[in-house]
Ligand binder design. Structure first.
Ligand code: HEC
Length: 156
């Protein structure tokens, strides 16, 4: 006999309430996550395309440096041409054989390299890059590079 039973206090009803409570909590958590995601999307939209000095990859120009009184500024032609190669025997060979794929700046922009490295470099251009430099010209080119572009021989 369950005469005085309070409605809704049955085991089933308690289980149902607990279930509802859990469901509500998860629903709130879900809503909060959704709101956070939507919020960051909107924020990203606002932020898109805005770069400042703080951001790497800044596209805004920085302020021009302050000019000091009395300083002199020289402007010369922008150096578009490959720098002159050092004069000496073998220079023409280098100019004709070493400028078909890239400019001879590739030679002058290197730090001073050891004689062995120049030998390896020329071998690489022949064997790896496929430049057909005649057998008898290769030593001339190597000698030229070793004469002018090593730590001991390179002139500034
Ligand atoms: C057949 C095409 C070709 C010729 C000819 C050529 N090179 Fe190169 N060279 C290349 C390529 C390709 C690279 C690599 C470029 C890169 O990595 O950006 C290169 C790179 C270089 C570099 C930069 C260092 C390196 O190893 O990447 C030097 C120095 C160089 N060459 C010197 C020479 C010299 C000296 C000659 C003449 C003997 C020569 N090149 C002729 C194709 C050539």
């Amino acid at each position: 006999m369950e005469l005085h039973r309070v409605p809704g206090s049955s085991r089933r009803a308690r289980q149902l309430r607990a279930h509802m409570k859990r469901t509500t909590i998860w629903f709130v958590v879900f809503l909060a996550t959704l709101a956070a995601a939507a919020g960051s999307l909107v924020y990203a939209q606002f932020d898109a395309g805005y770069y400042s000095q703080r951001n790497p990859g800044a596209i805004m120009q920085s302020a021009a440096p302050k000019e000091t009184d009395g300083a002199t500024y020289g402007v010369t032609a922008y150096p578009l041409y490959p720098p002159e190669l050092a004069p000496g025997p073998g220079r023409e060979d280098v100019q004709s054989y070493c400028s078909t794929c890239h400019s001879t700046r590739y030679i002058t922009m290197q730090p001073p390299l050891s004689p062995e490295t120049w030998t390896a470099e020329v071998n690489k251009m022949v064997k790896v890059m496929g430049q057909p430099i005649p057998e008898d010209v290769q030593p001339v080119i190597i000698k030229y590079l070793q004469t002018h572009y090593t730590p001991d021989t390179r002139k500034p």
